[in-house]
Design a protein around this ligand. Structure first.
Ligand code: PLP
Length: 361
């Protein structure tokens, strides 16, 4: 086997090694089928078991009962920006959004394109989206309140979710889904692109409160209705079978190897403390997010110059630390430390950062 690197990519991102090994071991003959999972029919018992296992593990990990459906939808989180207002907006009621960065901005745009009555009730745009807004009060007449729990590009994360009372929360959890436990009850809909924290690219997990399905209007295309996915267990058309399979393996790892979301959150806290304590103690590296808003998933930081940042990313890559370049829209550096990136990888990164500072600082 070639040497595997410490992978700090933002998405697609690292997968647990044991998951890759499990895929490898059952690739040629999936559970006695004589076929790989890439080759079985989505109408087979084999795939039925896979998708149902992924759904059941999701229910157990999040502690959700029958009030919610768990769906797999293609088209990325980006298609959810459009499906959400299309399905969940209501006549004569505005839709509320909190703008905390690039993804939220795109979500707002898709609601506006559809001519919905969009209110941006809070934003952190005034300071380059470097913080999570605190001073705002959710309206009680909105059809829903949409926010992004973790801002992958800007490196900020909601420590505590907004409270909108009876108004259902709708959340883009793409980049911190399954990184910590949370109470699902205030949510009408949660969505997460698989490629950040729960699998490879190609599918989005949507968790929708069943009463929200009643809002889906009749006259929208079949493939854009949540009801289509809910009624057919996400198999109205051919789902991304292999993605659903890998998600089921990642969730099994989370449940059985890690021991659930409390445990996962503890490990993520530990990783965050290691790298942020180091950055806080350095005058060479500078975090870009406010301390009370910074993300445990995407650690964004700058060096004293862009030339040093380039050299940092290149030298790190030579040392087997990959994916540290910041998003092209903001520059700088970013270490994405999702669930599958372990404490060891974070310690290796901090050791490299200290050494780089010693040589260049
Ligand atoms: C990556 C990301 C998206 C976009 O996901 P696609 O699957 O590429 O559409 C949306 N929201 C957040 C928070 C993300 O991290």
């Amino acid at each position: 086997m070639g040497k595997r690197i410490h992978n700090f990519n933002a998405g697609p991102a690292a997968l647990p090694l044991s998951v890759l090994e499990e895929m490898q071991s059952e690739l040629l003959d999936f559970k006695g089928s004589g076929m790989s999972i890439l080759e079985v029919s989505h109408r087979s018992k084999w795939f039925d078991d896979v998708i149902n296992e992924a759904i059941e593990r999701t229910r157990r990990l999040l502690g959700i009962g029958d009030a919610f459906d768990v769906l797999f939808v293609q088209g990325g989180a980006s298609l959810q920006f459009c499906m959400i207002p299309m399905n969940l907006a209501m006549p004569d009621r505005p839709v509320d959004y909190i703008n905390t960065g690039t993804w939220a901005t795109k979500a707002i745009k898709e609601a506006q394109i559809q001519g919905k009555d969009v209110r941006v009730i809070a934003s952190s745009e005034d300071r380059g989206f470097s913080y999570i807004p605190k001073e705002f009060s959710p309206n009680q007449d909105a059809a829903y309140l949409h926010f992004t729990s973790n801002n992958t590009i800007k490196g900020t994360q909601w420590a505590r979710f907004p409270n909108a009372g009876e108004v259902p929360l709708v959340c883009d959890m793409s980049s911190d889904f399954m990184s910590r436990p949370f109470d699902v009850r205030p949510f009408g809909l949660i969505y997460a692109g698989a490629q950040k924290n729960i699998g490879p690219a190609g599918s989005v997990m949507v968790i929708i409160r069943k009463d929200m399905l009643a809002r889906t209007p009749g006259k929208i295309p079949t493939m854009l209705k949540y009801t289509t996915f809910a009624e057919k267990n996400s198999m109205y058309n051919t789902p991304s079978c292999v993605v659903v399979y890998i998600v089921s393996l990642v969730l099994k790892w989370l449940e059985e190897t890690i021991g659930g979301l409390e445990k996962m959150a503890g490990i993520n806290q530990e990783k965050g403390a290691i790298i942020y304590d180091f950055i806080d103690g350095s005058s060479f590296y500078r975090g870009t997010a406010d301390n009370d808003s910074r993300s445990l998933m995407n650690v964004t930081f700058r060096l004293p110059s862009e030339d040093l940042e380039k050299k940092f990313v290149a030298d790190a890559s030579k040392e087997g630390l990959g994916g540290l370049k910041g998003h092209r829209s903001v520059g700088g550096c970013r270490a994405s430390i999702y669930n599958a990136t372990g404490v060891g990888a974070v310690k290796a990164l901090v050791a490299f950062m200290a050494e780089f500072e010693r040589k260049q600082g």
